[in-house]
Design a protein around this ligand. Structure first.
Ligand code: 3HC
Length: 288
């Protein structure tokens, strides 16, 4: 299938990544269905898109009115009807192999034969996800970064069975939504970005867990010395501390105690109002 045959896209997941991907795809002119397992989650995701589009409109960053973009977005809870007409499904479900494999088993049944099934997984092997379907050649990684509306790069990842046709169509689709794709041809856990970025966050969390440095000091160092847009703790608060936590759990890696504590206390970052920094009562990630 070529990119010209992609008209209808379905995004599975309305959380941080799911709603951000939906927004980006709709901004590029595609019709999108955003589906999650509960109506309330879908509504929250839709409100986040409305907020984001308003922000972009205020700054003159949209080529049309937010209403026009929102008209291309439908929301859904029922999986079967949400994917029935999709040419491309982008799955942004929780980072758990069992959950993802269940979804791909259903997709095999509910999607049309030509549909590309793309996973936004952060680090699970595409090959392991694809084994849950009878068409692993049409399963591919399409890994966006948070927040999708602002981050340019998308990794297009080959599983062992992914065909060139599937990967090339996915690559061209990423270009068609105004992003910069790169191919990841080896299905290594974490792909390129998270393989490199993971230790950056982990080293920081171990240093703080062991009392060798403070959160603000580590973040300030990376921003002022390295020129990064944000330090590792502010970044974890943005992406969700639970996201990195589950990636490490799935990979059987040791978890730094400070990360463990945050997850136990449900202090997961910006989305819960508190993480390594306090976004409700404190100054947020203010490290000068
Ligand atoms: N939509 C619209 N506006 C948004 C927004 C969104 N989703 N998110 C933030 N904004 C707004 C803010 O409200 C703020 O608005 P204001 O100016 O009115 O207060 C403004 O954007 C922030 O603008 P800034 O000038 O402060 O920041 P920039 O736009 O220059 O940069 C950033 C923001 C792109 C997030 C930058 O800080 C950055 O690149 N950070 C690093 C992000 C990163 O590395 N992400 C990847 C994480 S890893 C990952 O996602 C992998 C996954 O597998 C876990």
């Amino acid at each position: 299938m070529s990119v010209d045959n992609i008209d209808q896209v379905t995004v599975l997941g309305a959380g941080n990544m799911g709603h951000g991907i939906t927004e980006v795809v709709a901004m590029a002119g595609y019709d999108v269905v955003m589906r999650d397992i509960e109506q309330e989650i879908v509504e929250d995701g839709y409100e986040d898109i409305e907020w984001s589009l308003e922000k972009l409109a205020e700054k003159d960053r949209l080529e049309e009115e937010p209403e026009g973009i929102l008209e291309r977005i439908e929301t859904a809870v029922d999986l079967e009807s949400a994917v029935a007409d999709a040419d491309l499904v982008i799955e942004a479900a929780p980072e758990n192999l069992e959950i993802k494999r269940d979804i791909y088993g259903d997709l095999e049944e509910f999607t049309s034969d030509h549909a590309i099934l793309a996973s936004n997984t952060s680090s699970l092997p595409i090959t392991d996800i694809a084994e849950a379907t009878d068409r692993p050649e049409q399963v591919v990684g399409m890994h966006f970064f948070n927040p999708p509306v602002k981050m340019d790069l998308v990794e297009v990842i080959y599983g062992e069975e992914t065909t060139d046709e599937t990967a090339e169509t996915t690559y061209e689709f990423v270009e068609s939504i105004g992003k910069t794709p790169i191919y990841v041809r080896k299905d290594v856990r974490g792909f390129v970005v998270n393989t490199v970025l993971g230790p950056f966050g982990d080293e920081a969390a171990w240093m703080v867990s062991e009392g060798e440095a403070g959160i603000r000091e580590v973040d300030a160092t990376m921003v002022h010395e390295r020129g990064y847009p944000m330090g590792p703790f502010e970044l974890a608060d943005l992406t969700g501390i639970d996201v990195g936590y589950h990636v490490r759990k799935e990979a059987g890696q040791p978890i730094p105690p400070i990360t463990e504590e945050k997850v136990e206390d449900d202090e997961l970052g910006q989305k819960t109002g508190k993480g390594y920094y306090d976004y409700e009562d404190g100054d947020g990630a203010d490290y000068g």
